[in-house]
Design a protein around this ligand. Structure first.
Ligand SMILES: Nc1nc2c(ncn2[C@@H]2O[C@H](COP(=O)(O)OP(=O)(O)OP(=O)(O)O)[C@@H](O)[C@H]2O)c(=O)[nH]1
Ligand SMILES: [Mg+2]
Length: 417
């Protein structure tokens, strides 16, 4: 498939500020590029109300048609969610493939999905999107031809038959249940660790994966494209420089975006569960984005939907290397940790914040337990630094809070020295 050329188009309420329109159009173009298209042109229109049949006005449709012809465009991508009727009418009037932002985002996710779970989630989201839009047997999809908007995750091709789709949705939901049981098990194993699970969240392209890489040394996929990361990834981060023996588990997650298609949100609840289970959430904010406060709000909205306690969230303001006012940023952005994931500055302060939030009441203890079983149990309550065989069983040097230490003694026995 050759690179597709896209015209980005939007329709906005008359009272919407120009700056917000500009930022929505920039984001739409970034999404087009992330889907693998070249942006060949852009245009938008303010209207008191969207047209029921065409979304935009007849005159604007004509303008888009001429622009597309002049630029040799293959498709027109709309910022607005299109009804089946609008999509069909626009395709007829323009003589081109027409897709909306939701479909575009789903397409990007489809291309990115790697894990079995990710693929299933994306496929479910696509089918949920398609189902109410199918008017007859396979109409919507076949009209689109190939390319952007029609791709399924992995090798699978999107179905276009209503009855088949319903069956497939049921099948995928079933499969996802199995996968999520697996994930619950893994999570229980992780839960039995004595250290916090720390989750990275943030608007897409905020720099989560770059920060993940800076903290873990792990090679992860970092890109200017939106939604570079889809599958959650877990790694251990040591705090050894300042606090020997201490560590936490860090997870990189999928980026958020304004008006995330509802279908995606439903499908990704399992992945977002990862964030819900986290002891601490690092909310990465891209301070170089003109609308970073809006992006921050948007993410906070999602965190509220996930019922995450704001007390568990640490704001991490990123990309300070590109801010000329980096010395006085705290006055602008408020309390949080200021970092450059790229230059690896501010990481020590971030680690210290995590330490203070979770390990502040930890200290060193020596514990004597009777057998291997008790020793295993101890490892779920405390960080075991060292263990030695002694005449009474095992002696271990551990890091733990006094409270947890006493709880351990109560439930499992052993002696604390
Ligand atoms: N100048 C600068 N650029 C950065 C910094 N951190 C990340 N970037 C750039 O920002 C872009 C996005 O970075 P990623 O780490 O992929 O962002 P992400 O939040 O993981 O994005 P998604 O996975 O798409 O949600 C890349 O081009 C990075 O090189 C930083 O501290 N300074
Ligand atoms: Mg990423």
């Amino acid at each position: 498939m050759p690179v597709e050329r896209a015209i980005a188009c939007g329709c906005f309420p008359a009272q919407k500020p120009e700056a917000e329109i500009a930022s929505a159009m920039v984001e739409l173009q970034a999404l087009c590029r992330s889907a693998g298209a070249v942006v060949a042109g852009k245009t938008w229109q303010k209207r008191p109300a969207p047209d029921r049949r065409l979304l935009i006005g007849q005159g604007k449709v004509e303008e888009v048609r001429r622009l597309a012809a002049a630029q040799g465009a293959d498709l027109v991508v709309f910022h607005n969610v299109l009804t089946t009727l609008q999509q069909r009418n626009l395709e007829d009037s323009l003589g081109l493939k027409v897709i909306d932002r939701s479909r575009l985002i789903l397409d990007i996710f489809a291309a990115r999905a790697r894990s079995q779970e990710g693929k299933l989630q994306v496929e479910l989201a696509q089918l949920l999107y398609l189902l109410p839009r199918l008017t007859g047997k396979g109409v919507t999809l076949s009209r689109l031809g190939g390319g952007i908007g029609t791709r399924g995750p992995g090798e699978s091709k999107l179905e276009s038959d209503r009855r088949q789709i319903k069956m497939k949705i049921a099948r995928i939901r079933q499969k996802l249940k199995g996968v999520s049981r697996n994930r619950d098990l893994q999570r229980q194993n992780r839960r039995s660790l004595p250290v916090p699970l720390v989750s990275l969240v943030g608007y897409t392209s905020a720099g989560k994966s770059t920060l993940f890489k800076a903290l873990t040394g792990e090679n992860v996929f970092i890109s200017q494209e939106l939604f570079a990361t889809l599958d959650p990834l877990l790694r251990r981060v040591d705090l050894h420089d300042a606090h020997p023996g201490y560590y936490f588990i860090l997870s990189d997650t999928v980026g958020f975006i304004r008006d995330m298609p509802a279908e995606l949100f439903i499908s990704f609840t399992a992945t977002l569960d990862e964030v819900r289970q986290a002891d601490l959430v690092l909310h990465v904010v891209d301070l170089t984005h003109p609308d970073w406060p809006g992006q921050k709000n948007e993410v906070e909205k999602v965190l509220r939907q996930l019922e995450i306690d704001p007390a568990r969230v640490i704001p991490v303001f990123n990309k300070i290397d590109l801010r000329e006012d980096r010395e006085s940023l705290a006055a602008v952005a408020g309390s949080g940790i200021y970092v450059s994931a790229m230059e690896k500055t501010g990481l020590a302060a971030l680690k210290e914040e995590i330490f203070q939030r979770y390990f502040a009441d930890y200290g060193a203890f020596t514990v004597v337990v009777a057998d291997e079983q008790q020793l295993d149990a101890l490892g779920r309550w405390a960080i075991v630094l060292e263990k030695n065989r002694v005449s009474e069983g095992f002696q271990a040097a551990v890091l733990c809070s006094l409270e947890k230490m006493l709880q351990f003694k109560e439930t499992h026995g052993g002696a604390i020295r």
